[in-house]
Design a protein. Structure first.
Length: 201
């Protein structure tokens, strides 16, 4: 019987799921295994509202796909612009590996704003009313970590999805549920195995 140790005592369990997102690597290390989930900081700008919807769909530039696939630790930006039902427009996307540093970077925000105005010149007439940042759980091979860890039986990982975690959460949860139930997963989990990084260390 395995489980976890907390500040309030031990919790016994037949299985533990590491679904800690950007902190998945740190949680794995608590179990004595290496899973290189690293934070990639990204900023979002929020404009003051428009009375009428300006943007009805999320719009990406082609550079977004390149940035997601990049291994660079440095700053990368590509315009992602999305209207909201309440009127404000969300402007992203930036990526940089700076650890868990939450410091607001005005040059990054200016760069995002310029790229968005190039796509939608009407945005030049709107003020940004706030900005926020978050951390995407990045793995060096750009694949998530999904499945039981052979180095720590009973430990299952479901993390490292980069910027697609919310969208992939239902499918990942389904696959983890199948493995916990002793069923064959609907998808071959070999490419996502938690110990795949060992040969690269």
């Amino acid at each position: 019987m395995g489980g976890v140790t907390t500040d309030h005592g031990d919790i016994l369990a037949g299985a533990v799921v590491n679904a800690a997102g950007t902190w998945g690597g740190e949680v794995a290390a608590m179990a004595g295994v290496h899973v290189p989930v690293l934070p990639r900081r990204g900023f979002i700008l929020v404009t003051e509202p428009f009375d009428e919807p300006l943007i009805r769909h999320k719009v990406y530039t082609a550079a977004y796909v390149t940035n997601v696939a990049s291994d660079s630790e440095g700053l990368e930006t590509s315009a992602v612009v999305e209207g909201t039902p309440s009127g404000p427009v969300l402007i992203g996307a930036s990526r940089e590996r700076v650890g868990f540093d939450r410091t607001v970077s005005v040059p990054v925000l200016e760069r995002l704003a310029r790229q968005a105005v190039e796509l939608f010149p009407a945005l030049a007439d709107r003020r940004a009313i706030r900005a926020y940042c978050g951390f995407r759980p990045y793995c060096p091979d750009h694949l998530p970590v999904i499945g039981e860890d052979p180095r720590a039986p009973g430990l299952h990982h479901a993390c490292g999805h980069e910027g697609a975690g919310i969208g992939l959460a239902p499918a990942t949860g389904h696959l983890i549920a199948q493995t916990l139930a002793g069923l064959r997963p609907d998808l071959d989990l070999t490419p996502f195995r938690p110990d795949r990084f060992e040969e690269r260390r």
